[in-house]
Design a protein around this ligand. Sequence first.
Ligand SMILES: Cc1ncc(COP(=O)(O)O)c(C=O)c1O
Length: 388
Amino acid sequence: MKRIYLDYAATTPTHPEVVKAMLPYFTDAFGNPSTIYSYGLEAKGAVEQARSKVAELIGARGEEITFTSGGTEADNFAIMGVAYANENKGNHIITTLIEHAAVVNTCKFLERRGFNITHLPVDEYGLVTPDDVRRAITDKTVLISVMHANNEIGTIEPIAEIGKIAKEAGIYFHTDAVQTTGHLPIDVDQLGVDLLSMAGHRLYGPKGVGGLYIRRGTKLLPFMHGGEQERWRRASTENVPGIVGFGRAAELARQEMGQEAERLTYLRDKLIKGLLERIDHTRLNGHPIKRLPNNVNISVDFVEGEAMLLNLDLEGICAATGSACASSSLSPSHVLLAIGLPPEQAHGSIRFSLGKWTTEEEIGRVLEVLPRIVAKLRAMSPLVKTGK
Ligand SMILES: Cc1ncc(COP(=O)(O)O)c(C=O)c1O
């Protein structure tokens, strides 16, 4: 059976061009970038080239990019780095109720250590209200962290508007752009962000590499202490093949993004429309327009998301429930609860995320298979009879 992969928000396959670019750095060009002989210089050159490519993708300067082990580390670095470097100014952080666990749990960690965290609510589409951000600011606020687009429901947040508010107030502004880098045009100046998190494996690069954009002049503590790599900001010998792969992926994304977004938006809308038409008692989660081009998230009444997922898997279709990175969790998604879904509807949600190798034929297959699965599950469900 040919498998259909529709979980690109969890991770993407590595682009063959990216693999090709990485391979020499495992074998011939394996040097440590900190050494001063030819092997080292070759590796250092490759890392710096990749840095420029990643910077170019988001309108930044090379020296403003610090490579990390992924999106999680970039989020931890941004939030803890700013919090601890600016403790003399204050201990208040503003974030939202729909952030990824990498932000949620970093904030929780800080809360246990005396920081005050404000969690802003979102509307029924998952949008943060910029005025809420403005109102939450106090003279102790040191950081605002609002994600660029949500990984579960795909809603794109008004980052540029929040950026203006942060700038006026003189407060650092971080955005988790793991789901948008390489997929939506990003210009850090236009967005008004001081820190921006990225992950290589979300844009057809390898896993285990990511980056944090740090605007020049931003005061933050280094994340890893040790050697002088990454301009003293993140010690440890660089993951040269990974970084090279991330750079190549960024370069490809820049070339392909516009056309790809158009193609995916068409497929996304076809899938949304088809599912809502063919299955009754369903709703689209997330914003209908301010939405990632590849995200489809629907709630289906009277069935469990996990049951849909497992039945789809039997048909060779891979999708997700809950968070991109934690589909094995059985608690209802905090994002779906935040947009006001009752727990039973949150449990009956499923996310399809499309990508470079998704075809119209595959979308057609989901439209044929899922209504059948839902009908079968509903026929067995006691929830249908009680109407809960
Ligand atoms: C919005 C968001 N932030 C952070 C992460 C964590 O990234 P990583 O798993 O590369 O550490 C993810 C994972 O996909 C994500 O979707």
